[in-house]
Design a protein around this ligand. Sequence first.
Ligand SMILES: [Zn+2]
Length: 101
Amino acid sequence: MALTVREAIPTGLAGATACYIGYDLADHGVGVAVIVSTVLAILSTGLSVGLRFQQAANDVQLFTCPEGCGVEIRTTNQPSDSVARLRELATDHSQHPAARS
Ligand SMILES: [Zn+2]
């Protein structure tokens, strides 16, 4: 998965923040496990925010099965007729493999 510019900016900011906080925590004698956990949490947040920016910019829609069988369909910049067809497929549980077994 390649990062786009919209994902890279918040990820880069999170990386810089994580480095600064990690360095500052190490300077105050905080344990390595706490520093690693904190840095990973900040990086994870940055990636999550970047993904949300990407989704907002690309008209991403996510359709999930209302029965909770785990079927999900994500569309990106699709024509409305395709989106309607994919929404129908995702929300019709009778068409999912879990409903056939
Ligand atoms: Zn289903």
